[in-house]
Design a protein around this ligand. Structure first.
Ligand SMILES: [Zn+2]
Ligand SMILES: [Zn+2]
Length: 78
């Protein structure tokens, strides 16, 4: 694609300056990228769910990590 100045007429034939026309369209996220982002988000949320599920399986009375105990009631370590 040829480089076009932002104040030149857009090559698409709209009669608008490039910065008011296709410059904005190109700035928008491509659909394919959005789908990838959505898939990544789903995986991240899925990983978080697995992480939280593992915490639920964790025995709060087990005294393992430096004498601290996870409190499910309070949602933090004691
Ligand atoms: Zn255009
Ligand atoms: Zn507490």
């Amino acid at each position: 694609m040829a480089k076009i100045g932002r104040n030149q007429l857009c090559t698409c034939g709209s009669g608008l300056k490039y910065k008011k026309c296709c410059a904005n369209k190109q700035a928008k996220t491509p659909m394919a990228l959005r789908i990838v982002a959505a898939v990544v988000a789903v995986f991240l949320v899925g990983g978080l769910v697995v992480f939280l599920t593992n915490i639920d399986d964790y025995d709060p009375h087990a005294n393992t990590t430096g004498g601290r105990v996870w409190s499910e009631e309070h949602g933090h370590w004691h």
